[in-house]
Design a protein. Structure first.
Length: 273
């Protein structure tokens, strides 16, 4: 769908021109990678997580990205308080329910964030999406081990929660209450990089932040799909210079930084289901 390639190129340029401030309540395991990807794509990451710091940052940020990667009761309360501020300001909220379905605590925490904050977008693997829909047995640790159909999960989660649902994997599926898009850009080595999904959530946050400012607002479904296209194209470029997952990670930051709108237009592979 060349139109989405054009939109992805336009939003990439907008991110670099506007440099949106993306507030991450990040996973401690992947914080460095998330900050690097957000900065490489052209946005400004800030990792403010203490209550005294986070609420003040939330009052000025252009997007909020919440990760359940290293949950504690205290972090959950900060996520809720910053999410309420973002919601009052109309700022996009992206939820990454890392490990939902692996433990009762993570699943309940993700459910509470969905119930109370009504996030703009949810970025999950298929197992996490299934857990949010009340299905079990698909997550081990924080990894997806099941065989659920991700496109259907994205559509079901979008309908149930009235949000944009991005279910990432070998093919990424993005849905809202009306449409499902399949983004075929990416590389298999991404599955072996801890934090690839978290990085994706950060890029989605940056694209959702600028989508609201465009003369013809593309909507958050298209913003999320465009973010996945750019991330996936960058991964494909990086894989040409890497020898495996260990060398893909730094090459991916370079590819995100040097990614051009023309590369995005030429390489975008998106289909509507």
């Amino acid at each position: 769908m060349s139109r989405i390639g054009d939109s992805a190129a336009t939003l990439l340029e907008a991110v670099r021109e506007q440099r949106p401030l993306v507030h991450h309540l990040a996973n401690f395991v992947t914080m460095q990678a998330v900050a690097g990807a957000t900065r490489a794509i052209g946005a400004l990451p800030v990792m403010a997580m203490s209550p005294e710091d986070a609420e003040e940052v939330a009052a000025t940020a252009d997007a909020l990205v919440l990760s359940l990667g290293t949950p504690t009761p205290e972090r959950l309360e900060v996520m809720l308080s910053t999410g309420r501020i973002a919601g009052l300001r109309g700022v996009p909220i992206v939820l990454d329910p890392v490990g939902a379905g692996a433990t009762r605590y993570r699943t309940a925490a993700a459910g509470r964030l969905l119930d109370e904050l009504h996030p703009t977008a949810v970025r999950a693997n298929a197992g996490e999406a299934a857990a949010l829909l009340g299905q079990g047995g698909l997550v081990r640790g924080v990894e997806y081990v099941g065989a659920a159909e991700p496109g259907g999960l994205a559509a079901a989660l979008a309908r149930e929660r009235a949000c944009v649902a991005a279910v990432t994997g070998a093919c990424d599926f993005v849905a809202d209450t009306d449409r499902v898009l399949g983004v075929e850009n990416g590389h298999p080595w991404l599955a072996a990089i801890p934090g690839a999904g978290c990085m994706t959530a950060g890029v989605i946050g940056a694209f959702c932040a600028v989508a609201r400012t465009q003369p013809e607002a593309p909507g958050f479904l298209l913003a999320a799909a465009c973010a996945l296209v750019c991330f996936g194209v960058a991964a494909e470029i990086a894989a040409d210079y890497a020898r495996g997952p260990g060398t893909l990670a730094p090459a991916l930051l370079d590819a995100l930084y040097y990614l051009t709108p023309e590369q995005v237009r030429q390489e975008a592979r998106v289909r509507e289901l």
